[in-house]
Design a protein around this ligand. Structure first.
Ligand SMILES: [Zn+2]
Ligand SMILES: [Zn+2]
Length: 663
């Protein structure tokens, strides 16, 4: 049958009008019907994939898989492996927890219930008469499992503010009412699954079915909105997985992580402490910890001298004006430590959140020619950032910390070489500290929104190319994240994987076109004209606090020999040999080996056990035979008896082991 050509064209036009172009991460483009959803796109690839995706990014925004896409878009489907996928999974799980709670505790009121780094929590108010206790968690878990099996859909509904206020007022949930009344947006979204409705922006899973393994981990008190003057709510932490096996592995990892908790080990090894009187999140380094930290600093200092860094020292506070110029006041000012006032009216200082503005002023203190670049200023600079008290955690989240900071001011054509040199330094550190498992991420611009970046197209192109070439030349296996760059420059991040496979972000190398502009930094080019230098921020350790915490959790406190507080301990078999032990101590200390004596009147077996618990790498046992032969009997941590050795041989053994670690 032949259609009339006019009708045929009209038909095509109508169909065409209803097609949209979907761009995939590999830049391939396919056409779909208008209003296609993420889950339909996944299914068009394969049913298997559709079962594994939990969310979709549409033009950089994460959406529900069931939300219709009605214009051309770049998309990325998110599986469990992506942070966005886990986030949708755990956010949906928080709603499931709330549904279970509401059915077990009618009338319970809800605060907030976000997804967090590992799992989710919900802050709830079960009413003054009801207390939710640890042994209630199993019952709540069972309810969640029962509800998850119903495979209820998460249904999104747009309403306006008045309707939302009306809904939660009638429900009697004053916390939600408070949150809604502060919203500026008129459009408010509710999500309903089963019998439970929550205020939320999403995204969530299409339904509850993928939530197969559920564990509620703990209960804590949490003030409403983190404000101590307001009601304390009950915070329930949980985690969920798509497979039971994944939950089992996670729980084993959690047990193992407990044994490695740096807060406990740091206390046992007398490395650091905290004092309520000094203030939360302000670590106090004890002598052994301070010495360990000094060894880390000296190690890096020596490397930096080899790489042409110049030391600088800057104060802990600076005028507010300095941080307004740098833009840090905007970023850290409002919710952070407040300005320090002086007897002088209008004079205001701030604790420094960053060292960079000071280093910019140092650069500016004299003119620079293109020939003297790069200039590299290094400082172990202590900075202060106000973290919410609920966010503080041992040495990993603190309010005052010391960065192994440096700023490199260079010409654009020097970027690649400088990157290579910083990567070399990071490699030296990872080797010396036995982090042989790490990931590298290059954060570049979002190519769709180039206008939001400062520094100019030409510079960005050059910098992005320089980073990628530097990574290739160093043979790094890296992932590229488009859109993850800061607005002022691309960056390279190193994440180490610790012994439990947990990822920790450590070293960063960041290009910056913003601060040289804000501080009007210049150099004189070969043509006598003025140019802007490029700035590189870099901190291989990140901060000493965080680095030491990660190192403790990675090694369970068994530090590499060069770094460990006490390298050897002498154990006299009985008091009779204490004099000889002292001679050995003298000899080893003179050979720069950090040694102790355990002179307690205890059985040798007990002395060995106690000192092994202190993670001292070498135990040196001395008795009758050792005195006679002028030797020590060596036991190595984890490896047992090494036999008798002359003192000079033992010293050589230690020195050789250290030399290998620091090579
Ligand atoms: Zn939600
Ligand atoms: Zn900086």
């Amino acid at each position: 049958m032949k259609l009339c050509p006019y009708l045929c064209k009209l038909f095509q036009k109508l169909v065409y009008k209803h097609m949209i172009k979907i761009t995939f991460p590999d830049k391939s483009i396919r056409e779909f019907n208008n209003d296609v959803t993420g889950i339909e796109i996944a299914r068009s690839i394969s049913e298997r994939l559709a079962k594994k995706v939990y969310a979709i990014s549409v033009n950089g925004e994460v959406w529900d898989l069931t939300r219709p896409i009605n214009k051309d878009a770049s998309i990325k489907l998110h599986k469990w492996e992506d942070a966005e996928g886990k986030h949708a999974f755990w956010h949906s799980s928080a709603h499931l927890l709330a549904e279970a709670l509401e059915s077990l505790y009618p009338g319970i009121k809800f605060g907030i219930g976000p997804a967090i780094e590992n799992g989710f929590y919900y802050d709830v108010d079960p009413g003054d008469e009801v207390i939710i206790k640890d042994n209630d968690l199993v019952r709540i878990e069972q309810k969640m499992t029962e509800l998850a099996r119903q495979n209820n859909s998460y249904i999104r509904k747009k309403i306006n503010k008045a309707e939302a206020l009306d809904y939660f007022t009638r429900k009697g949930d004053e916390y939600k009412v408070e949150l809604i009344s502060e919203l500026v947006d008129e459009d408010i979204f509710l999500y309903t699954q089963g019998s439970f409705t929550d205020l939320c922006r999403g995204p969530h899973l299409p339904g509850t079915e993928p939530i197969k393994a559920i564990k509620l981990l703990s209960i804590a008190g949490a003030y409403w909105r983190g404000d101590e003057t307001r009601k304390q709510l009950t915070r329930i932490y949980g985690i969920t997985f798509p497979k039971k096996k994944m939950l089992d592995e996670y729980l084993i990892m959690l047990e193992e992580a407990k044994k490695r908790d740096h807060r406990r080990i740091g206390k046992e090894l007398e490395l650091f402490t905290f004092s309520q009187k000094v203030g939360q999140g302000l670590p106090l380094w004890l002598p052994k910890g301070a010495q360990l930290r000094e060894r880390l600093e000296n190690f890096l200092r020596k490397v930096q001298v080899d790489y042409g860094y110049l030391p600088v020292i800057t104060p802990h506070i600076g005028q507010k004006e300095l941080f307004i110029t740098s833009g840090h006041y905007d970023k850290y000012g409002k919710d952070s430590f407040q300005p320090i006032h002086t007897p002088e009216e209008k004079e205001e200082f701030m604790l420094k959140p960053m060292n960079c503005p000071f280093h910019c002023e140092i650069y500016k203190s004299k003119p620079h020619s293109y020939r003297e670049l790069p200039v590299r200023y290094a400082e172990f600079g202590t900075v202060y950032r106000y973290e919410q008290s609920g966010e503080l955690h041992g040495l990993t989240r603190v309010r005052g910390f010391t960065q192994d900071d440096a700023h490199i001011f260079c010409r654009p054509d020097q970027l690649k070489e400088e990157f290579i040199k910083v990567i070399d330094i990071i490699f030296l550190i990872f080797k010396a500290l036995d982090f042989n498992n790490f990931l590298t991420q290059v954060s570049l611009r979002d190519w769709e929104n180039k206008e939001k970046y400062m520094g100019g197209e030409k510079n960005w192109k050059k910098a992005e190319k320089a980073i990628l070439e530097a990574c290739d030349e160093k043979g790094l296996d890296y992932i590229i994240e488009y859109g993850e760059a800061a607005f002022y420059g691309p960056k390279l991040d190193f994440m180490v994987k610790d012994a439990l496979g947990r990822k920790w972000q450590l070293g960063t190398i960041q290009v910056d076109y913003n601060l040289p502009e804000r501080f009007d930094l210049e150099y004189i080019g070969a043509d006598d004209k003025r140019y802007r230098p490029v700035m590189i921020h870099r901190a291989p350790f990140g901060s000493l606090e965080r680095f030491v915490a990660v190192l403790i959790e990675h090694t369970v406190g068994k530090f590499p020999l060069w770094l460990t507080p006490d390298q050897a301990v002498i154990l006299p078999v009985s008091e009779k040999y204490n004099d000889y032990a002292k001679k050995v101590l003298n000899f080893l200390n003179n050979s720069d080996i950090r040694t102790l004596i355990d002179e307690r009147n205890e059985k040798i077996g007990k002395k060995i056990r106690d000192n092994e618990l202190k993670k001292i790498p070498y135990l040196l046992i001395v008795g009758e035979r050792e005195v006679e032969n002028k030797t020590v009997s060596v036991r190595k941590q984890g490896e047992g008896d090494q036999g008798a050795m002359k003192l000079t041989d033992f010293a050589k053994l230690i020195q050789e082991e250290i030399r290998k670690q620091l090579k």
